[in-house]
Design a protein around this ligand. Structure first.
Ligand SMILES: *[C@@H]1O[C@H](CO)[C@@H](O)[C@H](O)[C@H]1NC(C)=O
Ligand SMILES: *[C@@H]1O[C@H](CO)[C@@H](O)[C@H](O)[C@H]1NC(C)=O
Length: 448
């Protein structure tokens, strides 16, 4: 009898143990893959090692948002720590619509629907920003928003927040570029609802999938405002967001400016303020947010002072239209997306321009979690990054190849036009950029 009990107990424990182990494995796998998706958010453009099958950089059309944990650009990727259980918070797994929406769009669609087509967001600017005055005469702006399969309400809030919070005398137009979206609500329904903004909106639909870089170029070619302002399709702008950008460009036509990007949480869609940060990258060409130096936020302007930024994060910036064209727009040989933000940033700095983040201009951005087609993305990012390495990094490309030797032999297309452009513009060397704009990068030499 006792033997039977013990045997039963043993079998029971064994079964329980196996089940627990299986459950654990499932959970572990699930969270690791979630974690990998989350790490993409902050990592942007990157070179994938054979071993490094994890972070895949920005989601297809992503601008990374500054999380509370701002990392040094030269930190080892493998040490990156993110909360593993982030997805569980507030997520209703029994709600099929929520799960389905999350898989489709990468954020909480149930809440997005309940928020609807417009809402008010908290003014996250520093108090000192509210007393700033901007010139009455500012250049006009064309806002360019490209999208592909965006969630209807998130897209609409982007447009309606711009319409609500931008004085119409400086808003030339909003140009929406639909890059071959497949979802039905982005067709007739979108046209119908945009009618209320008639006169300010141009909607362009591409005939084939162009990818972010070429979609932006299509938008820019149709713009008539003096300044181009690029936004992602899941943003909400904040109070007096555009005036600081336009005022800075009015002062200096070779000034390129970014708003500070606030976080719209992908689960709760709560609008949260971000710390003042700058854009940076490492020798793996991974984008990072970096802390600003304390002397930069001291002095009379305090935390409202423009922050010099070695690179921009991606999709959200303002630049004079003529200057964008004069400087060679984007590299049309780049595919899909990825690397274009670094390429443009290097070109701006090395060819006589400047790039600043203006903390008094704030734009919220949903930090979407993506399930993108990884092979395609990886291929495009590597290809695009190699183009910029061979055009802009001079002898410092060795720093990149030293860390990723396999990239030496990967083809990157014909770059002769971009090399010619660099000559024509009389751009400075990458060494100058390192010494003058981004000395922190060179300091990471050798060790990693
Ligand atoms: C989760 O979703 C289900 C189905 O929509 C609903 O019945 C339930 O009340 C929700 N639970 C919570 C905690 O919101
Ligand atoms: C690269 O492109 C340029 C013009 O854009 C062309 O003149 C040149 O022949 C091309 N090189 C190759 C190897 O195809």
């Amino acid at each position: 009898m006792r033997n039977v009990v013990i045997r039963c107990f043993f079998c029971g424990s064994l079964t329980f143990g196996i089940c627990a182990a299986l459950l654990f494995l499932c959970f572990h796998y699930y969270h690791v893959s979630k974690w990998q998706e989350q790490t993409r958010e902050g990592t942007s453009v990157l070179f994938l090692d054979e071993k490094l099958q994890q972070p895949i950089s920005r989601g297809s059309w992503e601008t990374p948002t500054p999380h509370a944990s701002v990392q040094r650009p030269n930190e080892d990727e493998t040490k990156e720590q993110r909360p593993l259980l982030k997805l569980n918070k507030d997520f209703n797994y029994t709600d099929l619509e929520a799960v389905h929406g999350y898989l489709k769009y990468g954020f909480n669609v149930v809440i997005s629907k309940s928020l609807g087509k417009e809402r008010h967001v908290p003014d996250t600017r520093n108090k000192m920003c509210r007393t700033k005055h901007y010139p009455a005469r500012l250049p006009t702006a064309s806002i360019i928003i490209c999208f592909h399969n965006e969630e209807f309400n998130a897209l609409f809030r982007t447009v309606s927040s711009v319409m609500m919070l931008t004085p119409h005398r400086i808003l030339e137009e909003i140009i929406l570029v639909d890059d071959m979206s497949e979802f039905d609500d982005l067709k007739g329904k979108l046209d119908y609802h945009l009618e209320i903004f008639r006169g300010k909106i141009k909607l362009i639909r591409t005939k084939k999938r162009e990818g972010l870089i070429r979609a932006r170029l299509i938008g820019a070619s149709r713009a008539s405002g003096e300044v181009l302002v690029f936004l992602d399709s899941h943003c909400e702008v904040n109070k007096v967001w555009l005036e600081p950008l336009l005022a800075a460009i009015r002062e200096d036509h070779r000034m390129v400016v970014c708003p500070l990007i606030d976080v719209i949480d992908y689960m709760t869609l709560e609008y949260q303020p971000s710390p003042v940060v700058r854009g940076a990258f490492n020798w793996y060409l991974q984008f990072k947010w970096d802390n600003v130096f304390s002397y930069e936020v001291e002095g009379p302007e305090g935390p409202t002072r423009p922050i010099r930024s070695p690179v921009m994060a991606g999709g959200i910036f303002a630049m004079k239209r003529h200057y964008f064209n004069e400087l060679g727009q984007y590299d049309k040989g780049m595919n899909f997306w990825g690397g274009e933000n670094l390429e443009l940033s290097l070109r701006i700095w090395m060819c006589g321009g400047q790039l600043f983040i203006l903390p008094c201009s704030r734009v919220g951005h949903i930090n979407k979690q993506h399930n993108v087609d990884q092979t395609r993305v990886i291929r495009a990012v590597i290809y695009n990054n190699l183009r910029l390495v061979h055009v802009w990094l001079d002898e410092y490309k060795e720093q990149v190849f030293l860390r990723r030797p396999s990239l030496r032999s990967i083809p990157y297309g014909n770059i002769s036009e971009r090399v010619e452009l660099r000559k024509q513009l009389g751009c400075k060397s990458f060494q100058w950029y390192l010494e003058t704009v981004f000395p922190e990068l060179e300091a990471s030499n050798g060790s990693r």
